[in-house]
Design a binder for this molecule. Structure first.
Ligand SMILES: NC(=O)c1ccc[n+]([C@@H]2O[C@H](COP(=O)([O-])OP(=O)(O)OC[C@H]3O[C@@H](n4cnc5c(N)ncnc54)[C@H](OP(=O)(O)O)[C@@H]3O)[C@@H](O)[C@H]2O)c1
Length: 280
């Protein structure tokens, strides 16, 4: 196999959660371009329609396995149904995730001491509990594959200190920890497990920031590369982790963050505008 060919996913049976938009949709498109056979998941089939159409246009009709991962029975159903429809599973990219939200759905960025318990519980239910359930149910399918592979979409927020987003950061740190533990536990069954940790990426989840000029400018002042990541850039990294090109990589947390996690001690001299947040 040539090095370039090792980035392909021909005939790989892959489940992608959170595939209706944003990073998940970009991952679906990248994997379809690489030749994978796809099962796409989000809360509704209707929400998955646009991704399914893009993927079908690439010559790879996908099967749809809608399910609300907040409901404890659904992760198991989504995984088993994807495996049933694809005839097995080689690869799972668990990408669905949420920020804490206000009753109207807007993101709730607030210090832990002001975060309602209910908002914490909602984040943990999706980002952590559903992740664990999904991994548990994926295990027999991945173990039955010749090259089982699991990618957890974590975040740089799980690696650096992230005030105002503690629930999210804890849940994302837990995904890194889970990826490392499963990588070691499942290695002799031929299953690779890695976490992908993007920084600020231009999606619906971050629309509150990338559509707000002063807030965006302030956030980007802390990103050495000085710009938002695009979903396709995250998808390219997911493709690497998912493909035989990363065949010797397991238990890794790949930071794709424009340098956010690299401390510069102020020596880079990047000017920082005043914070729009009031310290609690
Ligand atoms: N954007 C960033 O800056 C960034 C940075 C680091 C990490 N991440 C992580 O990357 C992943 C994708 O983020 P994104 O920015 O693409 O977010 P997004 O645009 O808000 O998309 C979130 C996806 O998760 C699905 N989802 C949400 N709640 C769900 C539930 N209860 N059951 C099933 N699916 C559910 C959504 O599907 P429906 O709403 O259609 O059901 C959607 O497909 C997340 O895990 C996020 O934490 C994002």
């Amino acid at each position: 196999m040539s090095t370039l060919d090792s980035f392909r996913l021909d005939n790989t049976r892959a489940l992608i959660t959170g595939a209706s938009r944003g990073i998940g949709r970009a991952v679906a498109v990248a994997f379809a371009q690489a030749g994978a056979r796809l099962a796409l998941s989000a809360r509704s089939a209707q929400a998955l329609k646009a991704t399914a159409e893009q993927v079908a246009a690439l010559g790879t009709p996908a099967v749809l396995v809608p399910g609300d991962l907040a409901i404890p029975e659904e992760p198991g159903w989504v995984v088993d149904e994807a495996a049933r429809l694809l005839g097995g599973l080689d690869l799972v990219v668990h990408n669905a995730g949420i920020l804490p939200s206000q009753p109207d759905g807007a993101p709730l960025l607030t210090p832990l001491q002001q975060l309602p318990q209910q908002a914490w519980d909602e984040v943990v239910a999706i980002n952590l509990n559903a992740t664990a359930a999904l991994c548990r149910h994926a295990h027999p399918h991945l173990a039955a594959s010749d090259a089982g592979n699991l990618v957890l979409m974590s975040s740089v927020a799980g690696v650096i200190g992230t005030p105002m987003m503690e629930a999210y950061a804890v849940s994302k740190a837990a995904q890194v920890s889970l990826a490392r533990s499963l990588a070691v536990g499942w290695a002799r069954q031929g299953i690779r497990v890695n976490a992908l940790c993007p920084g600020w990426t231009r999606t619906d989840m971050t629309a509150f920031a990338h559509t707000n000029g002063p807030l965006s400018d302030w956030l980007l002042a802390h990103v050495p590369l000085g710009r938002w990541a695009e979903p396709a850039e995250v998808a390219a990294a997911a493709l690497f982790l998912a493909s035989p090109a990363a065949g010797y990589l397991t238990g890794h947390a790949l930071l794709l963050d424009g340098g956010v996690s690299v401390p510069d001690g102020g020596l880079a001299g990047i000017p920082k505008p005043p914070s729009p947040f009031t310290p609690a």
